[in-house]
Design a binder for this molecule. Structure first.
Ligand SMILES: *Cc1c(COP(=O)(O)O)cnc(C)c1O
Length: 492
């Protein structure tokens, strides 16, 4: 299996090369030459551990890794950093299945991929005789940053710089990042929003002159953002696993169709579900849930992607995104894998902020259903579910739950549905608690944590306990134009 750029079908790399490079030339993304079919039966998968399912998925993509290398990466990632042996448990609640992807080190779904990426990267470096240190540059709307820091901190041969929008992440998210230990880590708040942070990082990646200058010092860039195939592929595993568990628990019979509903920002998580479907998992609809930054909802409805609109800061900040980078992989696919056509559209996005797909292409997106939830609806969803069941979900998951309810109301489709539950409510305590009762607004953040633990009858996760008394180790701010200097000054 090789990987090819979405913008140039002559640019072909092995999996390990793709993992190391992150982004292809001319801002292209690597996609597998074709999506492989699962080669073990669902009956077998249904009896497997998370780690074994992950292996069965990843071995089909990362074909230049030996079995031993891949199993090592998997075992180093999905270990007791997760607070449950199941790694990604399914919780049945209010006629849906919540796939809890937040049991890792930083209590958000980014851990599912970022706990394995450093291991994939170091293995890839070894395979390709790379002697430079690898410098990870990451733009984050909140969760990626800490998950990447947790993955890479202290890993020999790597450095990591994380940029986040100042004021654009929750206080708990910010504390998680700026208390990170490890000499090889740097955390910077930028004077701008997430898209500006992401654009700034992309610019550094594609700056040949900068690459040369840091190369002379023994460094090379790589990306931990969700465009890296080393993140996308591990995410496919939990969709296969969730289907397998539904079969194992006799919730469905092998072969029954399910729907999947995903709270979406950069389009990485839902794309992984789409890959799982194309690998043979019986998934019918992919329900794409957006917050008020509803570019994707408009896109699925009209076939026009248009980011020319006001950027909104919402109570689901990890989805406050106007350019969903991973959508390019879907566009490339529905353009019949035509790199030229895809490049034209992406260039239009860069120059005019929008593009239109043809009716033919739109017809290929029938598997997707998009809708969105306002902040008020998101809060109400948390409160209603808590009142009805006692189960407390975070704001991102609530966007998905709200959109799922709208989907059922609009279509009458009651196919069993897996909702990707992407963050622990403890990560967004303030928004969650004030949704349950506005009186909590005046409370201190950590008092809210204690109260949430009581109300929800769930223990406080380690990730929160850790930051309670931790020292602030990073106090860096810069403008969008100062991002490069922030990186080069770190690479002395
Ligand atoms: C990143 C994130 C999302 C969005 O996922 P994408 O793969 O970017 O679409 C949703 N919820 C949470 C909590 C996240 O951290």
């Amino acid at each position: 299996m090789n990987f090819v750029s979405t913008r140039n079908d002559k640019e072909v790399v092995t999996a390990s090369q793709g993992i190391l490079k992150g982004l292809a030339e001319n801002s292209g993304l690597y996609v597998p030459e074709k999506i492989p079919a699962l080669d073990v039966s669902m009956d077998k998968l249904s009896k497997m551990s998370y780690q074994d399912v992950a292996y069965e998925v990843m071995k089909l993509y990362f074909t230049d890794f030996t079995e031993e290398e891949l199993r090592n990466c998997i075992n180093n990632a999905y270990d007791d950093k997760f607070d449950t042996k199941e790694i990604a448990p399914l919780v049945s609640c209010d006629k849906a299945y919540f796939l809890e992807l937040f049991h890792g080190a930083t209590i958000a779904f980014k851990d599912m991929a970022l706990s394995i990426l450093p291991h994939l990267m170091i293995t890839s470096a070894r395979k390709n005789n790379v002697s430079n240190d690898i410098v990870i540059l990451t733009a984050t709307s909140g969760d990626t940053g800490k998950a990447a820091l947790a993955g890479f901190a202290g890993v020999d041969g790597t450095k990591i710089v994380v940029f986040y929008p100042n004021g654009g992440v929750s206080r708990i998210q910010e504390l998680q990042m700026i208390t990170t230990k490890g000499d090889n880590t740097k955390v910077v708040a930028i004077d701008g929003n997430f898209d500006e942070a992401q654009t700034g990082v992309k610019k550094m990646f594609t700056d040949a002159d900068l690459a040369k200058r840091i190369g002379e010092k023994g460094y090379q860039f790589s990306s931990a953002n969700s465009i890296n195939i080393g993140r996308l592929v591990p995410q496919i595993a939990y969709y296969v696993y969730s289907y397998a568990k539904l079969v194992d628990n006799s919730e469905i019979s092998n072969g029954d169709l399910i729907n999947v509903c995903v709270p979406t920002g950069n389009f990485g998580n839902i794309l992984a579900a789409y890959y799982a479907k194309n690998m043979g998992v019986p998934i019918a609809k992919l329900i794409c849930a957006s917050n008020e930054n509803k570019v994707l909802y408009d896109f699925f409805k009209t076939g026009t992607y248009d980011k020319n609109r006001d950027f909104k800061l919402t109570n689901s900040p990890s989805m406050d995104i106007l350019i969903s980078s991973n959508l390019e992989r879907l566009i490339h696919m529905c353009a019949g894998r035509d790199a030229k056509k895809n490049s034209e559209l992406m260039n239009q996005l860069t120059t005019t902020g929008k593009y239109d797909i043809t009716d033919d292409m739109k017809a290929k997106l029938d598997d997707f259903y998009g809708d969105f939830a306002t902040q008020e609806e998101t809060g109400k969803t948390i409160r209603d579910l808590y009142d009805k069941t006692g189960y407390i979900i975070d704001t991102h998951t609530a966007v998905a739950k709200c959109v799922y309810d709208k989907y059922v109301a609009a279509t009458g489709d009651t196919t069993k549905t897996v909702i990707a539950s992407t963050a622990s409510p403890f990560k967004f305590t303030r928004s969650v608690m004030t949704a349950i009762d506005p009186k909590y607004d005046s409370w201190d953040d950590f008092d809210l944590v204690d109260e949430l633990s009581k109300l929800g009858n769930v223990p406080i996760p380690n990730a929160i306990k850790e930051i309670r008394d931790a020292n602030i180790l990073h106090d860096n701010k810069c403008s969008v134009s100062g991002m490069e200097e922030a990186v080069t000054s770190f690479l002395k």
